[in-house]
Design a protein around this ligand. Structure first.
Ligand code: SF4
Length: 322
């Protein structure tokens, strides 16, 4: 099995574990960020501190008025919209190549889906849920990249999807840094089954992009390839395609296992289909058989080890795919 040496680069909300930069001066403990820390290169950022708001500070909120959204500080009446938009654009445009984003939920700056958007400046205004200013900009610019908040990552299915995508982008970045086409050919072939489980149309397009290489277009090939990877991961894999990939792998040695083992595997696939276990459970079984029967082709596939096993944890908030 491949040793995973690549360290993904992840932009993270600074108040998660890194600094006491919340409006009320606290740091938010986060077990997943702690666990991830030795495996990734975190790039912590606090957009509110970056635009000059101190700690502690009066809280800010998003207000929508006549279809325009404002970042408003009720206690001072300040409109911070332009400052936050300017910071977000500049920070993200100047950002080194990264592989993913892990953000604080519900924040008017960092939130990605569940921030309160108030319909009016008055205190009692009603609200809906939406994206924060910084988090929303990330979603616009990095579609397909792993972008999650700490709340959603308490769900193990989303956490697995996040990690799988994160390492897929990180491995591609490493291949690109080598400035060799061979690294991309290897990348494509070792990800074949993972891609097959995600999106076969994008996978075929990626194969054609690799084949379009000539001596002069390496940068363009990598660029086009990354765009397809973004497309591939912009939707979660369908359970059926994942089941097909699992069955395809199992087909390589199904005659060599006992009928009880076969039945156990088929039951596990059904449990995965019903969302009773994450995909890492049937994958774990296949990995064991691939090692036992020495199936080199499978052992090189990232689907059997999409991210370091130390990060695998099946504990869950029990909240489903919220
Ligand atoms: S949520 Fe974002 S803006 Fe708010 S304190 Fe955390 S890092 Fe700063």
């Amino acid at each position: 099995l491949e040793e995973i040496s690549v360290k993904p680069k992840v932009v993270v909300s600074k108040c998660l574990e890194f600094e006491s930069c919340r409006y009320n001066g606290v740091t938010i403990p986060d077990a997943f960020v702690q666990k991830l820390n030795p495996f990734v290169h975190f790039i912590p950022v606090c957009p509110e501190v970056e635009i000059g708001l101190g700690v502690p500070r009066d809280p800010v909120r998003i207000v929508e008025k006549k279809d325009k959204r404002y970042l408003h500080q009720p206690a001072t009446g300040k409109d911070l919209t332009a400052d936050m938009e300017h910071f977000s654009e500049q920070f993200l445009n100047e950002l080194e190549p990264v592989d993913g984003f892990l953000l604080k939920n519900r924040s008017p700056s960092c939130g990605i889906h569940d921030t309160k958007i108030y319909h009016g400046f008055e205190k009692s205004a009603k609200s809906i849920r939406g994206k924060g200013f910084f988090g929303g900009k990330i979603i616009d610019l990095f579609e397909g990249y792993p972008i999650e908040d700490e709340g959603r990552l308490k769900n193990y299915i989303l956490r697995e999807q996040f990690l799988t995508t994160l390492y897929a982008f990180a491995r591609l970045r490493r291949a690109e840094e080598s400035e060799k086409i061979n690294s991309l050919i290897e990348y494509h072939s070792s990800n074949k089954l993972l891609f097959m489980a995600h999106n076969q149309t994008a996978m075929r397009a990626m194969g054609q992009i690799v084949a379009s290489y000539n001596k002069h277009n390496l940068a363009e090939v990598y660029n086009n390839y990354r765009k397809q990877l973004m497309r591939m991961f912009s939707t979660a894999p369908k359970a059926n395609s994942m089941v097909n990939a699992l069955q395809h792998m199992f087909g390589g040695f199904s005659e060599k296992v006992t009928s009880q083992e076969r039945q156990y595997f088929l039951n596990t696939i059904e449990e995965y289909r019903d969302e009773r276990v994450p995909v890492s459970v049937p994958i774990h079984l296949i990995r064991g058989w691939a090692v036992r029967f020495g199936i080199d082709y499978l052992l090189k596939q990232t689907i059997l080890r999409p991210y370091p096993l130390e990060l695998l944890e099946v504990s869950d908030s029990g909240k489903g795919r919220v």
